[in-house]
Design a protein around this ligand. Structure first.
Ligand SMILES: [Zn+2]
Length: 375
């Protein structure tokens, strides 16, 4: 039935557990996402697990209660209804009707009956919520401790032992690891443990760790797994964000070397891209890496920012351009000037994407616009 009371269906869904409901209603979602909320799987909408471990996951924190999840590329869906609307490409009333139907709420009579059931179970639901909160608090403490340990074990990129990081960056023609302020944000780690999406140990590798912050506050660390000779490590995903406490939100965050709240700033997706633009413009600009398309789209400029240059990736999927356009639109609405800069290279047959790092490797400084050095 259409026009059911959303709250009645929502509470009934919590009682049943969104995991049970969505598993049945969404066969297009990889079952491994249900087996372990928080695990990345192939996105049910945009189809491929893209670069840098992009993909879909349910919220680790409260999936059973909320039904929420996110795709690094497509966006965030805070509850089961919004998730269904996204996966099925239909409206809110359809999502409520679908869930109602699955739960046997199909008429006004069913609805009244369910309201009574919901009320009778209020205490049980509250108890479950409390149990979840306690578990979450313990896990948050664990993750924040792990992040601190990892950072403490890191070295500046200029340290003699950080050769794998420098070899990797040099292979991408990037030469700004010794830039002022880098050591406070991007560092080398001699031994990072890599686990694949199934939680299987893949080995310990040297790598780069980058602090992801939001408005100056640390959120998590982004890791780049390398070999001792500076190649990408032979793992499922060579770039991975660390797990972080659920009371922190990564949206709006990024890898900010230097002041993030300036009148004029430059942003892009990947760290290599950011540093390639700096190298390619002969250090006329300082570029902040927002890690991936979703974070780029969600970027929040500081109160002083008046102009933003968005250096986008050109992807086969069009996602990089879309994220850039969405950010540009949002910035203009805030009264901030925004400009998009697209890599000056064609996307060739068989290539998934080109970014400004490819421009630097193939064209050198010639591939970059002439930039005046900021005062
Ligand atoms: Zn997606």
């Amino acid at each position: 039935m259409r026009n059911l009371k959303a709250e009645v269906v929502r509470n009934a869904a919590k009682l049943k557990g969104w995991d049970v409901i969505l598993r049945d209603l969404c066969p297009e979602i990889d079952s491994r996402a249900f087996d372990k909320p928080g695990r990345h799987t192939k996105c049910p909408v945009h189809g491929v697990a893209g670069r840098g471990g992009d993909g879909f996951k349910f919220f680790r924190k409260d999936f059973q209660d909320s039904g929420g999840g996110m795709c690094n590329t497509c966006g965030t869906y805070p509850d089961g209804f919004s998730l269904l609307m996204w996966v099925k490409n239909y409206g809110f009333a359809d999502a409520v009707a679908d869930v109602g139907d699955f739960l046997g709420i199909r008429s006004t009579e069913d609805e009244n009956q369910q309201e009574k059931v919901n009320r009778a179970n209020e205490q049980a639901l509250a108890a479950r919520r409390k149990e979840l909160e306690e578990k979450e608090a313990a896990s948050n403490l664990y993750h924040s401790k792990k992040l601190n340990e990892l950072w403490k074990g890191s070295l500046p990129l200029t340290h003699p032992d950080a050769e794998p990081a420098r070899l990797y960056l040099a292979s991408r023609k990037i030469l700004c690891w010794d830039r002022e302020g880098v050591e406070r944000v991007v560092r080398f780690h001699p031994s990072l443990s890599s686990y694949n999406e199934d939680g299987e140990f893949e080995g310990d590798f040297p790598g780069i760790v980058a602090k992801v912050t939001k408005a100056g506050l640390p959120i998590t660390l982004h890791r780049y797994f390398l070999t001792p000779k500076g190649l990408k490590a032979p793992v499922q995903s060579a770039k991975k964000m660390c797990m972080y406490p659920t009371d922190r939100l990564v949206t709006g965050g990024g890898i900010f070397v230097g002041a993030w709240d300036k009148e004029e700033i430059d942003v892009c997706e990947g760290l290599e891209t950011a540093w390639a633009i700096e190298t390619g413009t002969n250090f006329a600009v300082q570029v902040h890496s927002l890690v991936n398309a979703t974070l780029l789209e969600g970027f929040e400029p500081g109160p002083r920012t008046k102009r933003v240059r968005i250096w986008i990736d050109k992807d086969r999927s069009g996602r990089g351009e879309e994220a850039g356009m969405n950010l540009k639109k949002r910035l203009w609405e805030k009264g901030i000037q925004a400009q998009i800069l697209t890599p000056s290279l064609p996307l060739l047959e068989g290539e998934k994407s080109v970014d400004w790092n490819d421009v630097l490797v193939q064209l050198g400084c010639m591939g970059f616009p002439q930039m005046r050095r900021a005062a």
